[in-house]
Design a binder for this molecule. Structure first.
Ligand code: ATP
Ligand code: MG
Length: 191
C-alpha cells in the first residue's frame, strides 16, 4: 500500500516497475567484483549494489496501477514486429555522477540495437497511454549509491556480455534495500 505524495487521504496500491537488461553470470561476477574493489580499496564511500541487483535500466515507469500490467505487456509484445536484435554490451569505464552521487559502469560505444530497443519500448508505451520521463537515454549500470569518490579504477579489460533478453521488473522497497522481481521476459534475436 502506498500513499500518494501530497494526498495523504488517497491510498492506492501500485507497483514500481522498470524495463532492464541483466548481465550474464560472468559479467555479473566481474561487475560485483568491481563494487567490492571500490569499497575495499576505499576508492569510493557509499552503498554498493548487491550482485543480484546489478542491471542496465532501459525504461523506468515508476508507480503503475497493477490492473494496467496486462495492457502494458501486450503493448510491448508488439515490439516483436521490430525484430529487436541481440547485442554485445561492452563496459570499458567506471564513472561518477557528482549531481546524484552515483558510481556506474559505462560504455564508450552505445550499441545501436540498445538505443533502438529503448526507443521501441518508449514508443509503444507512449502510444498505449503510459506516462514516464523521456530523458535522453544514457546507459549506466549503477555500482554505488550515495558515493563520494576520490579516484576511480581503470578497467584492465572490458567487461562484456551478449544481451539476449530484456525483462520487466517489479521493484519492492524493503528495509534492506530494493528487491527486484522479474515479472516479464522478452527475447532478443540472433541473426
Ligand atoms: P534504491 O531506490 O533502493 O536506491 P534503485 O534505485 O535501484 O534502488 P528503484 O528506485 O526501484 O531502485 O529503481 C529501479 C531502477 O530504475 C534503477 O536502475 C534506477 O536507477 C532506475 N530509476 C529510478 N528512478 C528513476 C527515474 N526517475 N528515472 C530513470 N530511472 C530511474
Ligand atoms: Mg531509486
Amino acid at each position: 500500500m502506498r500513499i500518494i505524495k501530497g494526498n495523504p487521504d488517497i491510498k492506492q496500491e501500485t507497483v514500481r516497475i522498470f524495463f532492464a537488461i541483466w548481465p550474464d553470470v560472468m559479467a555479473q561476477k566481474q561487475l560485483a567484483a568491481l563494487t567490492e574493489q571500490l569499497q575495499a580499496e576505499s576508492l569510493c564511500r557509499g552503498r554498493r549494489t548487491q550482485a543480484e541487483n546489478i542491471h542496465l535500466t532501459l525504461v523506468f515507469l515508476g508507480e503503475v496501477d497493477p490492473s494496467k500490467l496486462e495492457a502494458l505487456c501486450l503493448a510491448v509484445d508488439g515490439i516483436k514486429s521490430f525484430y529487436p536484435r541481440a547485442f554485445d554490451m561492452i563496459i570499458e569505464e567506471v564513472r561518477y555522477w557528482k549531481h546524484n552521487r552515483i558510481v556506474y559502469a559505462g560504455t564508450c560505444n552505445v550499441p545501436r540495437e540498445l538505443t533502438d530497443l529503448v526507443n521501441a519500448i518508449q514508443n509503444v508505451l507512449f502510444a498505449a497511454g503510459f506516462s514516464f520521463e523521456r530523458r535522453a537515454y544514457e546507459p549506466h549500470i549503477t555500482l554505488m549509491r550515495k558515493a563520494s569518490c576520490h579516484t576511480l579504477p581503470k578497467l584492465e579489460k572490458p567487461i562484456a556480455w551478449r544481451a539476449q533478453e530484456w525483462v520487466l521488473v517489479k521493484s519492492e522497497q524493503t528495509s534492506s534495500g530494493s528487491v527486484y522481481i522479474p515479472i516479464g521476459r522478452w527475447p532478443l534475436g540472433n541473426l
